[in-house]
Design a protein around this ligand. Structure first.
Ligand code: BG6
Ligand code: MG
Length: 223
């Protein structure tokens, strides 16, 4: 990818990219894990980022060496979501991560489609709280996909909607699984957050502050 004209679509993950809800998912899963007699560490939690609610619980059950009935599983999924919703109750526009709004506007002013590609079934609720519902051309969320990241389905739906090829698409992701999904689809990717938590061969931005399209082109040069 050589110039800015070749980027036609940017897909943003939500949790941990647009706002720091990843820490609330972790807190809620840690409390569920405790009930199962399992201590969910921060590094184990990295493997849950980008993964659907159901798949996350399945993974925790494997780590905890537990198995549950369908009813008990449903109960814990519901409990986790209620805990999570309580934690994000007071989420507001000030919780949008620094630079995100400006960068999204900058992309749109340059004719680039901007979408959300999130595994979360709470994505629309969160975007409403952040007052960002009108900022994206499309929101693809956990209700719209069958497969969890690293399956690229959640990103491919944006490409299909705007008829943009994967090679003209850039994904912004804070998780290993999400970066894997972008790579499987042969999309370009920029990591967001702490470089120590992400693959070494990805350019990682610690924040969107002061970032421009030129920075993005530079970041995806070798991806
Ligand atoms: C992803 C998060 O965005 O959404 C995961 O990284 C989370 O941690 C997943 O499990 C599903 O979210 P929700 O809101 O539908 O439980
Ligand atoms: Mg994320």
């Amino acid at each position: 990818m050589r110039n800015k004209e070749s980027v036609q679509l940017c897909i943003f993950d939500l949790d941990g990219v647009i706002t720091d809800t990843a820490k609330y998912h972790y807190a809620a899963w840690r409390s569920i894990s405790k009930e199962l007699g399992y201590e969910l560490t921060e590094s184990a939690n990295e493997k849950l980022k980008g993964v659907s609610r159901y798949q996350s619980l399945q993974q925790i059950l494997i780590w905890a060496e537990r198995s549950l009935s369908k009813e008990a599983t449903e109960h814990l999924l519901d409990k986790k979501n209620k805990t999570y919703l309580n934690l994000i109750e007071s989420l507001c526009p000030q919780d949008v991560l620094p630079g995100v709004k400006f960068f999204v506007e900058h992309l749109k002013e340059n004719g680039i489609f901007v979408t959300i590609g999130s595994a979360s079934k709470n994505a629309n609720n969160i975007l409403e709280k952040l007052n960002m519902m009108d900022d994206f051309d499309l929101v693809v969320d956990g209700h719209m996909v069958k497969h969890s990241k690293p399956n690229p389905e959640v990103f491919l739906l944006s490409c299909q909607a705007f008829d943009v090829a994967a090679r003209h698409t850039v994904v912004f992701e804070d998780s290993y699984k999400g970066i894997g999904a972008a790579r499987t689809a042969k999309m370009h990717v920029i990591g967001i957050g702490n470089p120590a938590n992400l693959p070494e061969d990805v350019v990682v931005w610690e924040s969107f502050e002061a970032k421009t399209i030129d920075d993005m082109i530079e970041g995806i040069k070798y991806s």
